[in-house]
Write a protein that binds this ligand. Structure first.
Ligand code: F6R
Ligand code: ZN
Length: 196
């Protein structure tokens, strides 16, 4: 039997931390090329380099059949009309699915099927969960006024592929229109800004 610490974890949905777990911090400067509005991104960086999100991860064991999990916390805010977001990724092991559970705040997930190219925007709020199938790029955004906190559970063998997203980015963006989040074609959004 595993040690108690490997079986039980205590997390804090207010701080987005898990006792004893390492936390990665992503600041605005780490998110170059993630926001479609490059002009607003550069202008925001001139104002400072705030924390956009943190991820505390627990990776008890590697190998087939094992699970890893993490708590993500995304701050409220926007760059231009785009809500604060995660880098987004595919799993290195493409068939690996993931289960997201909302704990606090108001968020949305952007899913993009890499085979069909189809996109979906789904609510991620307390008492709801999003199933991210395999072969699906996923990004999370905070569309509310308080930090968004969620738990993600994924196969230990999933791995993270940020490279593919960094090269192509998502086809769609979640932006604020009339105070509400809407899903738009990236190209249409960027054209509307006069950037292409
Ligand atoms: C793990 C996973 C999440 C993210 C977290 C941060 O597979 O999907 O735990 O790692 O939401 O997002 P990224 O990893 O895209 O910076
Ligand atoms: Zn993932």
């Amino acid at each position: 039997m595993k040690r108690m610490e490997e079986l039980l974890s205590r997390f804090n949905p207010d701080t987005g931390t898990i006792d004893g777990a390492p936390t990665v911090t992503r600041r605005l400067s780490d998110l170059r090329n993630c926001f479609a509005d490059e002009r607003a991104y550069e202008a925001a960086l001139q104002q400072g380099n705030p924390i956009i999100y943190t991820v505390a991860s627990v990776e008890p064991a590697a190998g087939d059949g094992q699970l890893h999990y993490c708590i993500g916390m995304i701050m409220p805010g926007r760059v231009g009309d785009e809500y604060y977001l995660t880098k987004g990724h595919l799993h290195e092991w493409r068939p690996a699915a993931e289960f997201y559970i909302g704990l606090r705040g108001k968020g949305m997930m952007l899913l993009e099927d890499i085979n069909s190219g189809e996109s979906r925007m789904l609510d991620l709020v307390a008492n709801s969960a999003v199933y991210v199938p395999g072969f699906t790029a996923h990004r999370t955004v905070n569309v509310g006024a308080v930090p968004l906190v969620y738990l993600g559970v994924y196969p230990a063998a999933a791995g993270h592929d940020y490279r593919t997203i960094a090269e192509k980015n998502f086809r769609k963006v979640i932006v604020m229109r009339n105070d509400r989040p809407v899903l738009m074609e990236r190209e249409e959004f960027v054209r509307g800004l006069g950037l292409i």
